[in-house]
Write a protein that binds this ligand. Sequence first.
Ligand code: 3HC
Length: 285
Amino acid sequence: MTQIRTIAVVGAGSMGGGIAHLAAQSGFSVVLTDTLEPALERSLERIRQLQEKAVGKGKLTPAEAEETLARLTVTPRLEDVRSADFVIEAIIEDEGAKQALFRQLDGLCRPEVVLATNTSSIPITSIAAATTRAKQVVGMHFFNPPQVMRLVEVVRGYETDDATVALTTDLAKRMGKTTVEVKRDTPGFIVNRILVPQFIEAIRLVEEGVASKEDVDTAVKLGLNYPMGPFELQDFAGVDIGLHVMDVFFQETKDPRYAAPQSLRALIRAGRLGKKVNKGWYDYE
Ligand code: 3HC
């Protein structure tokens, strides 16, 4: 099995930054890259803040925090992934953008290097088809926040081989995660196939006037012992991303279980909800 010492993470949003932090904390050398330098700076700042908090709580010594930071390199140059033994992509959820990136990664990385994607909605098979190493392209689906959530879904594309699945599973375990294998590249994998219809049903309950969003959240938190209700969780993950995921699943399957509620689309279109106006279902301080 390939020895993995250096991991490249491409994309410094909340998932990419969190995965880079987790990997550095787990003892790997990490190259975090993004074309947007402010995103790299924000990720580093966030990691520093989390470490300060952990040191304050006595969960980490100052020396350990320093060592983690020393293992992490941030760079806007994609070519710096060349030194990596394993790549994890966490850029925008856009099929064309991911395919273009994987084509570049395929040219930059050594032939034996596995290229993993953290996509939650784009078929692994379609990303893999942009490369000449489809056997070594795999889904490695972390959950937000990646440093805290214990699961990684390891997802097979149509061509992904057993060695790639074994290597990815082993790597996730070395980061302290429990893995599940998703044997077929189907929309939603396991968790989102269950979660997305829950989001949709929660919005429909409010649309139908059955309950308020606050009561839906309270019901799910106390009745099912979930840490967050479906509206809180949509805000946490991003309502625009939620709508995008529903649309991608629906396009792929034509399954009405994934049809986005009209009110969600209308609220985002009207600029009442979403990233553009920085507003979630709830107003936060
Ligand atoms: N980044 C990193 N660490 C974080 C964090 C963040 N954004 N938020 C909280 N933490 C850490 C804290 O530092 C703390 O660490 P410690 O125990 O070592 O001190 C620990 O998590 C607990 O945090 P808090 O005590 O501040 O708060 P909570 O106990 O309320 O936990 C939570 C926060 C872990 C976010 C919890 O509310 C939770 O589990 N929520 C549900 C999250 C969830 O369902 N995620 C999956 C989303 S779906 C997804 O990602 C799939 C995608 O495809 C859409």
